[in-house]
Design a protein around this ligand. Sequence first.
Ligand SMILES: Nc1ncnc2c1ncn2[C@@H]1O[C@H](COP(=O)(O)OP(=O)(O)OP(=O)(O)O)[C@@H](O)[C@H]1O
Ligand SMILES: [Mg+2]
Length: 381
Amino acid sequence: MAGPVMVALAAFGTYGWLGKPLTADVAFPALALFNLLRFPIIMLPNQITNLINAHVALGRLRDFLAQPERDDGGGDKDAAPPLSPPGPAPGAAAAKAFAIGGGDDFGEPVISIQNGNFCWEAGKPPTLRGVNLDVARGQLIMVVGDVGSGKSSLLHALLGEMDVRSGLRFVRGTAAYTAQDPWIQNASLRANILMGALYDEDAYAETIAACALVTDLEALPAGDATEIGEKGVNLSGGQKHRVALARAVYSAADVYLLDDPLSAVDAHVGATLFDRCICGLLAGTTRVLVTHQLQYLAAADTVVVMRDGRVAEVGPYDALLAKGVDLHGVVKAGGVDEDGGASQRGSANAPRARASGEADSAASPSSPLNFANGNGHANGH
Ligand SMILES: Nc1ncnc2c1ncn2[C@@H]1O[C@H](COP(=O)(O)OP(=O)(O)OP(=O)(O)O)[C@@H](O)[C@H]1O
Ligand SMILES: [Mg+2]
């Protein structure tokens, strides 16, 4: 508001300093002019900020558009045959039908990588080498491995974000992904979960509960209308993971690629996420879960052990144990809980019960999320 006054003072001051007499026939028209310019003068600082933001955004767009074309190896999910019939809706009934087994109704894998060699940058040695992986519909796959062994890269390869040096990969149907370092938009918490999808009260409430966000919402000043992100309330690492998970869940995709969502939460919340969300609401969908939490491995249909960019071991948990695979040894790194809870890592000796059976109490067979199916995002980033 002080802008126009300052401009008038500066103009008249300069005028006087130049030795010109400030008479009424100069001062009053000048004041009228400054009054006319009041709005543009007030807006000037905002426009300067907007111009700077536009310049930065243009730079980013230029960098993005200048990226070299990625060779997808013809394995894009759009190129893959569609799911037929449509994928099962999340819910316990679907879990019973599809959770365990080596193939879907037609024996076709939903996710497949054949002799895949993937690299992050064209011309660089491949990060993932000789990967073979078939995942049937409705399976829960858990990917474990040492730090830097290629677990996140495997998910990126499935998403088509890595160069396919050779081999084939495809993901049938829509995929939702939660990143190891979750991304939060500057918007309300609800907008961060919906990401433009239609609001369905029941589906939303179910998602919030399954992602253990109820208590967090109660603690926020304006509930789920609270602005989060850089300009709003800062969320903890664990909260960000849960918001990202909720976003993926609400998108009601066919395939979920989850990068270590249990890493930054305490034991209790981790168990809730696993039971009510991953094995509850998402039961019946195809899930690839990267995790360091060995106590959940017994609930997996297939455990994939990554080592130095290769699939070192793959098979059911019991089969790997019987084979003498040292699952403790593959996850050497400890974890730090950003929520302040104790890490649960590394307890393969006390595996949890098969969680697919627990899903009955966590998700109703007629999950309202069925309605969200048509509104889901193709990608739950
Ligand atoms: N976005 C990226 N761009 C280039 N290289 C990457 C990228 N992400 C990972 N890498 C490289 O790929 C290799 C495997 O890393 P990746 O993140 O897949 O391991 P990880 O098993 O997920 O490890 P962690 O347990 O720490 O999450 C590493 O050498 C890493 O430097
Ligand atoms: Mg990773």
